[in-house]
Design a protein around this ligand. Structure first.
Ligand SMILES: [Zn+2]
Length: 140
């Protein structure tokens, strides 16, 4: 069962995986959604506005409140071209062509188990990571 591959943390309420018809219980409904496998990777901020920093000199590259083409950002201070593959997103944003979303749970109250990340890596040949997003910045 997929729920065994996600660790629910702390004060996560009584989680429901199937609608019960009881509004109070269904308020705790958690669901999993897999995005389209996009032809080009997409950038998703976990929260808006998102602050970009240069990975070389740590200069603030500005904030964005909307979707941006992060392939075209360069640092005004040192000239370094922003490469999303070099960015340490610190679970605050992501750059990928495929997303698996855990919906209906507060940020940081769900973590992928190592077994899930290693299984995805084995299937895809790619390293998988996770990040937290609030509903206002998320739309896969
Ligand atoms: Zn720089």
């Amino acid at each position: 069962m997929f729920s065994q591959l996600i660790m629910f943390m702390g004060c996560a309420p009584a989680i429901v995986f199937e609608p019960t018809g009881n509004d109070a219980q269904d308020a705790n409904l958690v669901a999993i959604r897999v995005s389209t496998n996009y032809q080009q990777a997409k950038f998703y901020p976990g929260k808006l506005p998102f602050k970009f920093r240069c990975v070389r000199c740590y200069e603030n590259l500005g904030k964005t409140s909307q979707e941006v083409d992060i392939q075209s950002i360069s640092c005004a201070q040192c000239g370094h071209k922003y490469l999303p593959e070099q960015q340490n997103w610190r679970q605050k944003a992501a750059y990928s062509s495929l997303f698996i979303e855990v919906m209906g749970i507060f940020e940081s109250e769900a973590l992928p188990a190592d077994k899930l990340l290693s299984g995805l890596q084995k299937l895809s040949g790619l390293k998988w990571q996770y990040f937290y997003a609030d509903q206002s910045s998320w739309k896969i």
